[in-house]
Design a protein around this ligand. Structure first.
Ligand SMILES: C[S@@+](CC[C@H](N)C(=O)[O-])C[C@H]1O[C@@H](n2cnc3c(N)ncnc32)[C@H](O)[C@@H]1O
Length: 325
């Protein structure tokens, strides 16, 4: 288990100074786990320091101004042009290094997925119809494996695709990898040639899962990614999406030399991250897909000792490919 010294929050890797630590008690509960939301709502501002976390945190003008002030400082020292080219030139390389260093120990199992996206739960039932699921940006399998372990559907198939060959190797080496129902392969979501992942035929996938992967694309790659999704998904198929939201703590705490472009950053380990709004998601996916749900999850974390308020913000969405174009 590794702790990030500079940013001990899920998915934030601004500085890759990793030291081995004992996991804190609650670190096994994914901090981005949506099903934990809704349990503690701050009704009276005076109570804010009484707990470490609040769900459905209100987000007013004051917070927005605070976040924008911090972000405007980042523009004083953006990433140099030379380095921008370096990072954008071969982004998979940095994820390869990431998985070489962290192996499968970094991301927590996304056990909440089937609760938050009921279609996944339905698909794994014993009496469900045949289903093909594609997880894009599968990393070390923290989404794929929990879904597989739940599965009782005899006609279930899951493909995990990632452009990091080290990630794909970790999935294949895992004891949980069952090649009878799963396949892992190297594939770039943003490829411009409409190439599909190994074993995936056009319009053959029922469910595409994308958890914290779209944020790794540069904005100019979104169009290629969406073209690929359109080619892969069956009519009536769904995209299940979870990723970083605009003004998330991970965004506002970036300091000098991290800003690549508006709302797009380079972490200390060379991996890239974008922070979305609901409107952007509608724009990106609306080209081909119908909106089933687009939502923002907000959680207020409180450091009682330092009297600090920190907002975590995640986007969650479901898009559907229309039955007829
Ligand atoms: C933040 S990790 C998330 C991993 C996994 N989805 C999870 O939630 O544990 C992002 C993953 O997306 C992969 N990735 C980033 N850009 C990609 C692309 N263009 N095509 C395929 N995979 C990509 C990275 O290699 C990395 O494994």
């Amino acid at each position: 288990m590794f702790e990030e010294i500079s940013a001990p929050v899920e998915g934030v890797t601004e500085k890759v100074v990793l030291k081995e630590t004992k996991p804190p008690l609650d670190s096994r509960i994914g901090k981005d786990a949506p099903f934990q939301f809704g349990q503690r709502v701050l009704a009276d501002d005076n109570d804010v320091w009484n707990h470490n976390a609040w769900d459905h945190a209100e987000w007013g003008e004051e917070q927005k101004v605070e976040a924008e002030t911090l972000i405007s400082k980042q523009y004083e020292n953006p990433v140099e042009e030379f380095d921008k080219k370096l990072y954008n030139g071969n982004p998979a390389k940095y994820w390869d290094i990431f998985y070489k260093n962290n192996k499968e120990n970094f991301f927590k199992d996304r056990k909440w997925l089937q609760i938050e996206f009921p279609v996944l739960y339905e698909a794994t039932k014993a009496d469900a119809p045949p289903v093909t699921i594609l997880e894009i940006g599968c990393g070390a399998g923290n989404t794929m494996f929990p879904v597989m372990s739940q599965n009782e559907n005899p006609n279930f198939r899951i493909i995990g695709a990632d452009y990091s060959k080290n990630a794909v190797q970790l999935v294949k080496n895992s004891a949980s990898y069952n090649p009878e129902i799963a396949h892992a392969c190297v594939w770039d979501l943003s490829n411009e040639n409409l190439e599909l992942p190994e074993t995936v035929e056009p319009e053959s996938v029922d469910i595409i899962i994308m958890v914290f992967v779209f944020s790794a694309l540069a904005p100019e790659q979104w169009v290629h990614a969406v073209n690929n999704l359109q080619k892969i998904l069956k009519p009536g198929g769904q995209i299940l999406f979870r990723d970083y939201g605009r003004y998330d703590l991970a965004q506002v705490r970036f300091k000098k030399g991290r800003l690549l472009d508006d709302n797009f950053y380079i972490r200390g380990d060379g991996t890239r991250v974008y922070f979305f709004t609901e409107e952007e998601l509608r724009d990106i996916f609306g080209k081909f897909f119908q909106e089933e749900r687009v939502a923002t999850d907000r959680r207020l974390l409180v450091n009682r000792k330092k009297q600090l308020k920190m907002y975590r913000i995640w986007m969650q969405a479901v898009f559907k490919k229309p039955l007829e174009n």
